[in-house]
Design a protein around this ligand. Structure first.
Ligand code: HEM
Length: 544
């Protein structure tokens, strides 16, 4: 159904079209086994234009259903937008899938880090890394988030010294996110809010290349000679060398000062006295730790990349959504003023700000980061029937490539009322999304699993901002707490207004959803009645 067009291929985010460009290996597998899956009807030219790919996949979802296939020549990939099928892929039969195309792209950058890792590498690493994200550490991190946000406040203060300034908040959030992830993961202060360093430049260079690779359809970087002749390849390798030297140094220092202990003892450390609370310290100090430099470096690099842009993107789109929805913005501010005042938030404060938490969740629903998750079948499987699809399900073959469209799932008209409307209140409305075909229970805020933010458990896989099942994000709580601290402290102290209006912001994709032109805003110091500071925590009614 699809005729390749250079224009179209060049703008495909996260998709790699390859026809007969041998000897370069194509990313996708031939169409295997999915004969009964509906094939989306359309032409590639339907996709051409300024729209990001995930938006085009949405139209086909509406036309062709929760499981459909895009075929091009002998190759194909399956697009999944249905909670029952997503639950099967992420949870019920998760070990039948690996990261396929994504692993191939990320391997040169993250090696065998947790995100791209094959199952055999993944199992012991996941077991080692999860305990490092424990409660006392998260509490320590929350204090660090506050200190880093203070630094951002100082820099915005100098910008607004004459009353009002202008800035690109997407960039501000990226700097803040980088400083936070550097400190959290390896106790390294990038100080990117206040300065530029060769390491920061190299990190941005590598991130840019990761993005380029996930939007370029020919994996030319797999051809050995390109690393000498293609300028961006040379730069990429030089950037990687700078970061690796920095990481190797930090790893060596951590090893020199290693104090091995049991996991329980490490978790019970008095974090008010711990000088280096980083994940690296924990991973090195764990008794029986895997201390190979390569594995540690891959894990650190993975967390640096996974935790930086994602959180910055969440903050960017949350601010965008609030600026375009004044009534939600007003409720968020009222809650911040009444619960927090000028304090640096603690975890308890965040518990007392349900509307802020729902606003962040709503931003993650409408702008999921990343908008598409990628899988490849390791063996034949049968996808369960989607909510309104063929009741016999869909057999697929080993090697089948699958895109889980989180964007489609989160904007499905079958699951969400007014899916394109930003409405944080929806997360407090029990079973408001009415069972669809009796198979899906709807969102249940009373069943939120271990998190006090809305999650995939409460929504039975209709809301998966951090994935779900075995390969769910390990940094979900870290990221949500970070976003809440940064958002509340900044909104308390500054007012923001679009410089040119919401239309000028635009949308583009890479690994996460970016703005096309930055989130350019006018910033002003906010004057708040001191009487609201320190006021009793007060729940804001979540219903509209
Ligand atoms: C995995 C989202 C922040 C580390 C994932 C996945 C998603 C996600 C959707 C699942 C990918 C898949 O199933 O293919 C996010 C979002 C974040 C965020 C939206 C910010 C708001 C972080 C942070 C860290 C992190 C801060 C680390 C400090 C990871 C790792 C994995 C992962 C290591 C792989 C887990 C595994 O395969 O076992 N993330 N993430 N993420 N994330 Fe995050």
């Amino acid at each position: 159904h699809f005729k390749g067009s250079a224009d179209f291929q060049a703008q495909l985010p996260g998709v790699f079209f390859y026809y007969d460009l041998s000897p370069i290996k194509g990313y996708f597998q031939p169409d295997v086994g999915g004969e009964t899956i509906p094939v989306a009807q359309g032409e590639l030219s339907d996709l051409a234009g300024d729209e990001p790919l995930f938006k085009a996949l949405y139209q086909w979802f509406l036309d062709s259903g929760g499981v459909y296939k895009l075929a091009f020549g002998p190759k194909a990939f399956i697009v999944v937008s249905d909670p029952v099928v997503v639950r099967h892929l992420l949870k019920e039969n998760a070990f039948n899938y690996d990261k396929g195309v994504l692993a191939e792209i990320l391997e040169p950058i993250m090696g065998k880090g947790l995100i791209p890792a094959d199952l055999e590498t993944w199992k012991p690493r996941r077991r080692a890394i999860v305990p490092a994200f424990h409660k006392a550490w998260l509490e320590k991190m929350v204090a660090m988030f506050g200190a880093c946000t203070q630094e951002t406040i100082r820099s915005l203060d100098s910008l607004t010294a004459d009353g009002q300034g202008q800035t690109d908040m997407e960039e501000v959030f990226l700097s803040l996110g980088l400083d936070i992830i550097g400190l959290g993961v390896f106790n390294y202060d990038f100080k990117s809010i206040t300065k530029e360093s060769p390491v920061i430049k190299a990190v941005y260079g590598v991130l840019k290349e990761a993005e380029h690779r996930s939007t370029f359809y020919i994996p030319y970087w797999n051809i050995p000679i390109t690393k000498y002749i293609v300028p961006r390849q040379r730069k990429f390798n030089a950037d990687l060398a700078v970061i690796n030297a920095c990481l190797d140094d930090l790893i060596a220092q951590a090893k020199q000062t290693r104090q091995a202990d049991d996991v329980e003892a490490l978790q019970a450390r008095d974090y008010s006295k711990v000088r280096d609370p980083s994940l690296l310290r924990f991973l090195v100090d764990m008794r029986d730790a895997d201390l190979s430099d390569k594995q540690l470096r891959d894990d650190l690099m993975t967390m640096l990349i996974a935790g930086h842009e994602t959180t910055a993107a969440v903050l960017t789109w949350t601010l965008f959504a609030l600026l375009t929805h004044p009534s939600a913005y007003a409720k968020v501010l009222a809650e911040i003023d009444s619960v927090l005042g000028d304090k640096t938030p603690s975890i308890e404060d965040m518990r007392a700000m349900p509307y802020v938490r729902c606003a962040l969740a709503e931003s993650l629903r409408m702008y999921p980061q990343p908008p598409i998750l990628i899988r490849r079948a390791l063996a034949d499987d049968v996808l369960p029937p989607p909510l309104n699809g063929d009741p016999s399900g869909y057999p697929i073959g080993k090697g089948a490539d699958i895109f889980i469209s989180v964007w489609n799932l989160h904007r499905s008209p079958h699951l969400w009322k007014d899916p394109d409307t930003f409405r944080p209140e929806r997360f407090s409305e029990i079973n408001s999304n009415a069972a669809f075909n009796g198979a899906w229970a709807g969102y249940r805020p009373d069943a939120q699993g271990s998190s006090f933010y809305p999650n995939e458990v409460a929504s039975d896989f209709a809301f998966i901002p951090f994935g779900g099942g075995a390969r769910k994000c390990v940094g979900d709580q870290f990221a949500l707490l970070e976003a809440t601290v940064a958002l509340t402290m900044l909104l308390r102290r500054f007012t923001f207004q679009f410089v040119e209006g919401p239309e000028s912001v635009g949308m583009a994709t890479g690994a996460t959803i970016h703005t096309a032109n930055g989130l350019k805003v006018k910033v002003q110091r906010r004057s708040v009645e001191s009487s609201s500071v320190g006021a009793e925590a007060q729940e804001i009614a979540l219903t509209a």
